[in-house]
Design a protein around this ligand. Structure first.
Ligand code: CMP
Length: 140
């Protein structure tokens, strides 16, 4: 089942010059990059993107963090890409993430600096990809 999913390389990683390391992990683990751009999120876009969390206590701090430096948004494609990407990322809290996952290796805390975002369902993937990419900006 070939799927697409959305990944965001978060401000903590872009600030540390580790974008390439994250991209390398995706490609080495069998996910193909079919769309990619570096952008600085506006508060409006960050709030729309994370709308399902808008009642959470961490919403304001999290959306501000996501706008604090550029991010890299990536459309990934591959066999069971949504689940595979979540396995590659590891748990939301880097301290709980398994050894070898991106969040365990590159994340610092559940409180924002957890390196990457990944879509958590086919519905979320579709919505999130559409927020950042025109269909002609996705290849293959
Ligand atoms: P992400 O997968 O991008 O989806 C929601 C984000 O909220 C999550 O990763 C975390 O980076 C961020 N966040 C900040 N504080 C918390 C928290 N206490 N629990 C869960 N997520 C949090």
């Amino acid at each position: 089942n070939i799927e697409r999913t959305l990944s965001i390389i978060k401000p903590d990683v872009t600030k540390k010059n580790q974008i390439g390391e994250i991209i390398n992990v995706f490609e080495k683990r069998g996910l193909s990059i079919v769309g990619m751009k570096m952008i600085r999120l506006t508060p409006q876009l960050a709030e729309t993107f994370y709308q399902e969390h808008n009642t959470k206590s961490f919403f304001k701090g999290m959306t501000e963090f996501m706008c604090s430096s550029p991010v890299v948004v990536i459309c990934l494609k591959g066999e069971n890409a949504i689940k595979l990407n979540r396995e590659i990322m590891g748990a939301t809290d880097p301290q709980e993430a398994k050894v070898g996952t991106i969040r365990r290796t590159y994340g610092e805390s559940i409180d924002n600096a957890n390196a990457v975002h990944g879509s958590d369902s086919p519905q979320a993937a579709e919505r999130e990809i559409k927020l950042f990419f025109q269909e002609e900006e996705i290849f293959f």
